[in-house]
Ligand binder design. Sequence first.
Ligand code: GLU
Length: 427
Amino acid sequence: METINTEMKKEGMYDNVLRQYNQAADIIDLHSGIRKILVNTNNEIVVHFPVKLDDGTIEVFTGYRVQHNNALGPYKGGLRYHSTVDIDAARALAMWMTWKTSLVGLPYGGGKGGIQINPNNYSIAELERITRRFTYALGDNIGPDLDIPAPDVNTNSTIMAWIADTYSSIKSPSVRQKNLHVVTGKPVGSGGLEGRDRATGFGVVTSIKKWAKNAGKDLNGMTFTVQGFGNVGYWASHFLVQEGAKLIAVQDASATLVNTQGINPEELLDHSKGNSGNIQGFSDGTELDSELFFGIECDIIIPAALGNQITSSNCHEIKAKVIAEGANGPINVDAERAILEKGIEIIPDILCNSGGVIGSYYEWLQNKRSENWKLETVLDMIEDKLGIAFDKVAEVSKQYGVSWRVGAYIVALQRLELTYKERGVFP
Ligand code: GLU
């Protein structure tokens, strides 16, 4: 049985983003025409494509790419390979990308997509054929100045390299080299950015550091728990342990592990690498009933898995000081209200996990300029950009007397509103 709730996720992700949006739009009295534009998605691409499996049989897969809005620049956002991917999930996630890129001041709009599969059911060779055929099916609906995918749940740099290779292979020879930046999150040897692998987790910890500073608290000695031990969960743990905090529980789809003495994220990563990516069976932790995870006594919770994990059914157990949303949409609107009433703070996803897309922006720029940047330079740039957004959110939330999530939406929506007001609507 999966310990991370995949059932609850879909119900509500789209509803959730709309409720968040409407709440902020009401507060700033967002222009009614612009409000109508932003509540809709620009384009919704659904493709069905056949792939030959290793045993010679043919399977038909369904892939999605929702392009929510491109007022500020090309559509930008990840591709996820998960059984929960459907049109509503892609819509919700695409909208969150529009708010995120606007909030952190990137020249991008928002998009998201993926394939409804459990990648564990396929061999590497099959995943490569599925990815390449999906890219082919998307054709010119993506492009370096149109819509730029990136990694998300269950996709990684290898998958991005296959997409870049397939996309440029179907172009004419004279323009092939110009298309490297059709995706970000590529391996460093293939035009990828040093540090893009850790950018999201690094950004999560940058946000937590800003929160601690704001609250006059010291991270040294604080305890934290992480849900999801993929790219975001691992790197966030890695950087937070460097600040002197102690990782006391981790939950993934295979198990919930606890060790109040502290779990070493590097050892847990080694274990999971040799165990099909699962944390189950790690010797330095005890298994706990999955339902008890969010009630574990700790200072910081980092949900870094799927959406809608914290709902009315489990939010009352939470005892942490702050929840840092590494995942997109991990807390639903009702649960959020109850959590804030208890005085627990929430660093909202569109701010907290924006390090990933900020890293993607630098990779895209690096490719456009044919440059190569050093890891330290990249991490400094991510910290700066995220820090500016954090300060703006803190200031606007105070000014309007609202939560950080609403404050973040206000910053994002005001930037979009200004653009539409300046440019008008064609014709
Ligand atoms: N999938 C990540 C997100 O949700 C990164 C998107 C990107 O880099 O384009 O923000």
